[in-house]
Design a protein around this ligand. Structure first.
Ligand code: SAM
Length: 279
């Protein structure tokens, strides 16, 4: 069985992004609009940042949150306890690819940014659809636009660094997929993947993550840690020397034009949700 492990520091990174995503997550949860008294599964829930928003729009629902990563589950458990949601949200260990770890069925299955990590995405979607109760809906959060943080002109290096960082991340992601056990190349965009898995896509829409410049300290800290991960992690090898130099310059804490002082950094991205049903 293939286990995709989260790298070190990843959970904290997702939690920081979650804390900055209230507006986007509220809009997503309102669009999902679960039926009252429904049963909901958030699979690949990570540290659980979306759970409070689901719980908010579905006050009478019973929610199960599952992930195969223990560190993520611990973080989700602690969030649910802090927010006193323990009687409505059950946190459980679950691997989409393991037939023995499947609870359900559920009226609503939600998965965000997980299927992209699995070796055979069509197969993964079929497994998720198999967990739907009759008349249920599967919400798949995949696709959208990678977040941008930097203006086009920085005053150092060739303009357009942010576009090259996004490209480097895409190359790294493709390499990560190729390293999985028995990866099945996906030849299609997400709406077609969902159709090929036997689902009817009822509606697709995208939600912006929009924190305009000038940003507050929490957003600035997230931008810094994201850029630092790009500089020090596996994406670095896909950057040319000049861009590595610009990143180091940006992250230098004593640089008055660096990340810690710039008034022109921002967060702008978009996440797409697909609402699907069985035919
Ligand atoms: C990028 S994170 C997304 C977390 C959360 N859904 C979000 O959008 O913030 C992907 C999550 O999927 C989980 N995951 C990956 N493969 C999985 C599998 N086979 N079964 C269950 N969870 C899995 C990872 O542990 C990780 O927490």
């Amino acid at each position: 069985m293939v286990i995709v492990r989260n790298d070190s520091g990843w959970v904290a990174q997702i939690q920081a992004a979650d804390r900055l995503s209230a507006a986007q997550y509220s809009a997503m949860a309102e669009w999902i609009a679960p039926e009252p008294h429904s049963t909901i599964l958030d699979i690949g829930c990570g540290p659980g940042g979306f759970l409070p928003y689901l719980a908010d729009v579905a006050p009478t629902a019973h929610i199960v949150a599952a992930d195969h990563d223990d560190e993520s589950l611990d973080a989700a458990r602690s969030l649910v306890t802090t927010l006193a949601l323990g009687d409505r949200v059950l946190i459980e260990h679950g691997n989409v690819l393991d037939p023995d770890s499947q609870s359900g069925p559920f009226d609503l299955v939600v998965t965000r940014q997980m299927v992209r990590h699995l070796p055979d995405q069509i197969d993964a979607i079929r497994r998720l659809a198999a967990r739907l109760a009759p008349g249920g809906r599967l919400i798949v959060g995949e696709g959208g636009l990678a977040p941008h943080y930097l203006p086009f002109e920085l005053g150092r290096g060739t303009p357009g660094l942010m576009y090259r960082l996004v490209t480097a991340q895409a190359i790294r992601y493709a390499g990560m997929r190729a390293e999985l056990d028995h990866p099945v190349a996906s030849r299609f965009g997400w709406n077609v993947v969902l159709e090929k898995a036997g689902l009817v896509v009822e509606e697709t829409t995208s939600f912006v993550w929009d924190i305009p410049a000038p940003v507050a300290d929490d957003a600035r800290a997230h931008i810094r840690s994201t850029l630092l991960r790009l500089l020090t992690g596996p994406t670095r090898r896909y950057l040319v020397d000049e861009d590595v130099d610009t990143l180091e310059w940006l992250l230098n804490r004593s640089n008055p034009d660096g990340i810690d002082f710039r008034r022109d950094v921002f967060i702008l991205g978009a996440s797409t949700l697909h609402r699907c049903a069985l035919p």
